[in-house]
Design a protein around this ligand. Structure first.
Ligand code: SAH
Length: 260
């Protein structure tokens, strides 16, 4: 297989899959994003060519150029690793790259990675589901793109369970107020995990009502729901009555099945 779309996990190189580590060790070219952790980048062999296509604000590499680059490198028959933060198919635009490679007839494989949507909460001691508290988790993007439908936050407020927001830092005020308008209790616990699983990890906790004014720096995963009050790192488990008191539902549609 000449091109591998590889998930690099959330940051800590110990959270790479064995297959990702093996492919990295033998790669001739590594094309990576800005979000890939330094510890993972350190595993790229000296002999490999390293191409940073990180989409930093103001210096973006357009997605079409990345796809074209992968097709060209693949056609040269090189062992190419396309390294993406977390899992390649979770908001990583890995699907678009897979599409371009498939259309060009370039063989490729996909190596799943540990997505930050579960790894970041876990790193803060937060279980995304917990018996009796949350029976579902919904992963959404907080990023607005022109021409694409926005997340229907008000409906999401009625889904129940845990809400995990990626790319939501700049829109956190809007997200909180939309969820509250949709019926979510303003006292619902919220946690934000910045730079999860790296040396720079910071965890903040607030209520949904306080999220707009909370200090949160990108990249961060925002967790909304009763489980956000948990911290199994310290063994902190809110009393069950306290946890379930943050019922995520105040549904205006009786009769609908509710997940907690
Ligand atoms: N494919 C990635 C997500 C890419 S979208 C994955 O599966 O994790 C980029 C967003 O992911 C960031 O804006 C942030 O919300 C989240 N993210 C990725 N790595 C992170 C980390 N180490 N700490 C906190 N958030 C992270």
């Amino acid at each position: 297989m000449s091109v591998a779309l590889v998930g690099a996990g959330p940051g800590d190189p110990d959270l790479l899959t064995l297959r990702a580590a093996r492919l990295l060790a033998t790669a001739e070219v590594v094309v990576h994003d800005a979000l890939v952790g330094d510890g993972v980048l350190a595993l790229i062999p000296e002999s490999a060519e390293r191409i940073d296509v990180g989409k930093r604000p103001g210096h973006p590499t357009p997605q079409e150029m990345i796809s074209t680059l992968l097709v060209e490198l693949g056609r040269q028959g090189k062992r190419v690793v396309r390294l993406k933060g977390g899992d390649p198919f979770v908001f990583g635009r890995g699907g678009e790259e897979a599409e371009a490679l498939a259309e060009a007839g370039v063989p490729f494989e996909v190596v799943p990675g540990i997505t930050s949507s579960v790894a970041a909460p876990a790193a803060a001691g937060i279980p995304v589901t917990h018996r009796g508290v949350s029976a579902a988790f919904t992963v959404v993007t907080g990023h607005r793109r022109h021409g694409e439908p926005d997340v229907d936050w008000r409906s999401l407020a009625n889904v129940g369970g845990t809400i995990v927001v990626l790319m939501g830092v700049s829109q956190r005020g809007v997200i909180a107020s939309e969820l509250i308008s949709g019926g979510l209790d303003p006292s619902t616990p919220v946690a934000a995990i910045e730079s999860a699983t790296t040396d720079a990890q910071v965890v903040g906790r607030w209520t949904l009502a306080a999220l707009a004014d909370a200090e949160v720096r990108s990249p961060a995963v925002i967790v909304i729901g009763a489980v956000a009050a948990f911290d199994f790192r310290s063994g902190y488990l809110p009393a069950m009555s306290e946890a379930t008191a943050y019922a995520p539902i105040r549904s205006s549609q009786p009769g609908q099945p509710h997940l907690r």
